[in-house]
Every structure is written in structure tokens, then in C-alpha cells.
Write a protein that binds this ligand. Structure first.
Ligand SMILES: Nc1ncnc2c1ncn2[C@@H]1O[C@H](COP(=O)(O)OP(=O)(O)OP(=O)(O)O)[C@@H](O)[C@H]1O
Length: 302
């Protein structure tokens, strides 16, 4: 069986306002994985990651990392973790190398580690340039280099592609994949974009309103999606269409579109015919967009 590096056991968290934020969260991050922690804004991803890193306290339930409870082994455990949470604190008036030198002093890592991390993130040639002159992707790679200084076994990255331009997103994604493949790092990475996670994650945990809706390998998620494919139909009157279609359970109505489960090509043709016979014009029938919102519908309709 695969070794679990991060495990939360029935994790509950409530801010002082009294609103429950996490509910019985049981995360299991396997060693060697890129674990995509996926959920819409406000679902509780940052709160979970802050708890895992010991930056928030007073939770209910256990958090175990490398098999140790962080309640009793926080300091030795944190030494083996690198994290990038919220915006990176990079000094723009310093060069990439100077930034790393500054953070190296607080991390206590050896001087030769700077050259190594610059090479790993592909910034060796830009090491002498001011970070303010870096592209967004280069700044993010520098921030990840800082997180790598202590040669961590586990990297925790909170929405690392958020706010980047398209090339920055690609650079960051490729770096995450190579850190996993070439450097053997286990990576817990959060995102609100399903498509982004599909491009890098080996495992997925989906959080919605503080509760875990799905957890498993990417293949398991894909199997579930294949079994639960949706088609979207654009019509002249979606509400009326949804009300008429008792034989085809409608999953979602959105403006002029509604979604139903895909069953077969023949059933799709029957659906089209039924709509036309009821006087509803059909403008388009397509496979539903591959996004988080549709995935929620698929999962919650299991
Ligand atoms: N310090 C705080 N005090 C009270 N409520 C908070 C605090 N920080 C976050 N919250 C609330 O907790 C919920 C979860 O927020 P969290 O930041 O963990 O979500 P998220 O999934 O990371 O989303 P985002 O991508 O928007 O950061 C939200 O409803 C948020 O408003």
C-alpha cells in the first residue's frame, strides 16, 4: 500500500465568527503524488493548508504528516516541508540570487543549495537580474526556489498559478511536474480550476463548502466523469424544456441551456425529437463543458 504523507482525520475548523469552515475533512496525500486540492473560491482550501502547516490552530481532529501528529511534532515535521501560501514575499529590488541568500540565512540551509535551487527552477542565467525585472512566471519560479531551500520532501503550494499570465501558468505547471518527477517531491497543490489540475495532478481531492466530495486517483476521477457524462442542450426556452422532459432527468438549467446525463446517441436523438415535437427550437446539443461546476453536478448525482 502507498505510504500516506499527509493525513487529516475528521478535521473540523470554525473561525471566531462561529461559521463552520471545515467539516470532517479526511485528506490523504500519498507519497510521490501531485495531489490536486480542488474547490471553488471560499471552499476552505487555504484554511486547510494553513492548518496543515500549523499556521492556524484550535482545530478539531488530527493532522498527521510523515506519520507524526503535528500537535506533538510540529517543529521537526515543518523542517521537512516547503510552502508557498498566498503571495510570495520576494524583494523586487534584489536579484534572484540575493533573494535566495536572504531566505537561506533564515532557513539555515548550506550556501551551495542556492546554485542547486536556481538550477532546479531554471533561473541560473537570470540569477544576477533584479527580481523586479522578472516575468510573472520567473517570479513564481523564484518563490518556489525559496520554498525548496531546505530540500523538503513535501511541497505545499496554494493556488500557485493564480494571477499568472498564460506563459507563467505553463512554466509553473512544468516546474511542479518536474519537481515531482525529477526531484521526487510530493506536492500538495490547491486550485479552483479543474482543467489546470487535470494537466498535472496524479491524485485529486475535491472540497466544497468545507467537506470533501471526492478523493482518489486522477484515473478514478476520469472513470467517474466518463460514467457520468453530461450533454448540454441550448434551446429557445430552457425552463419550459426542463419542465416537459420527465423522461430525461434534467441536472441543471442555466439561461438558455440545460444539461442531462448522456446515455447513448440514440437517446440523444430521442431527446432532440421530443423537444421539437413540443414546439421548442433546439439550437445546439453538445458535450457539457468540462469544468468544476459540471463535475460537482456529476459527483453529487452519483
Ligand atoms: N480569518 C478569517 N475569519 C473568518 N472567516 C474566514 C477567515 N479566513 C477565511 N474565512 C472564510 O472561510 C471560508 C474558506 O476560506 P478559504 O480561504 O479557506 O477558501 P479557499 O477555498 O482557499 O478559497 P479562495 O481560493 O477564495 O482563497 C470562506 O468563507 C472565508 O470567507
Amino acid at each position: 500500500m502507498q505510504n500516506i504523507l499527509v493525513e487529516t482525520q475528521r478535521l473540523d475548523y470554525t473561525f471566531r465568527s462561529g461559521q463552520p469552515i471545515l467539516r470532517q475533512l479526511n485528506l490523504q496525500v500519498p507519497e510521490g503524488s501531485i495531489y490536486g486540492f480542488l474547490g471553488p473560491n471560499g471552499a476552505g482550501k487555504t484554511t486547510s493548508l494553513r492548518l496543515i502547516l500549523g499556521l492556524l490552530k484550535n482545530q478539531k481532529g488530527n493532522i498527521k504528516i510523515f506519520g507524526e501528529s503535528i500537535a506533538t511534532h510540529r517543529i521537526p515535521v515543518m523542517k521537512r516541508i516547503g510552502a508557498l501560501i498566498e503571495s510570495p514575499s520576494i524583494y523586487l529590488h534584489l536579484t534572484g540570487k540575493e533573494n535566495l541568500e536572504l531566505f537561506r540565512l533564515s532557513s539555515g540551509s548550506p550556501r551551495n543549495r542556492i546554485g542547486e535551487v536556481l538550477r532546479i527552477v531554471g533561473l541560473t542565467d537570470a540569477a544576477g537580474k533584479k527580481a523586479g525585472a522578472y516575468s510573472l512566471g520567473m517570479k513564481q519560479r523564484l518563490a518556489i526556489a525559496v520554498a525548496l531551500l531546505n530540500d523538503p520532501e513535501l511541497l505545499v503550494l496554494d493556488e500557485p498559478t493564480n494571477g499568472l499570465d498564460p506563459s507563467g501558468i505553463i512554466e509553473t505547471r512544468e516546474l511542479i511536474k518536474s519537481l515531482n518527477k525529477e526531484q521526487g517531491k510530493t506536492i500538495l497543490v490547491s486550485s479552483h480550476l479543474l482543467t489546470e489540475m487535470e494537466k498535472m495532478a496524479t491524485h485529486i481531492g475535491i472540497i466544497h463548502k468545507g467537506a470533501l466530495l471526492f478523493q482518489g486517483s486522477m484515473q478514478e476521477l476520469q472513470r467517474l466523469q466518463a460514467n457520468k457524462a453530461l450533454i448540454t442542450v441550448e434551446v429557445s426556452d430552457a425552463k419550459k424544456a426542463a419542465a416537459l422532459l420527465s423522461e430525461f432527468p434534467v441536472q441543471q438549467v442555466n439561461g438558455t441551456q440545460f444539461s442531462v446525463s448522456f446515455e447513448s446517441r440514440e437517446r440523444t436523438a430521442q431527446l432532440n425529437k421530443a423537444l421539437v415535437q413540443q414546439g421548442i427550437d433546439v439550437y445546439q446539443v453538445s458535450v457539457a463543458q468540462h469544468d468544476l461546476e459540471n463535475l460537482f453536478v456529476q459527483i453529487t448525482n452519483q
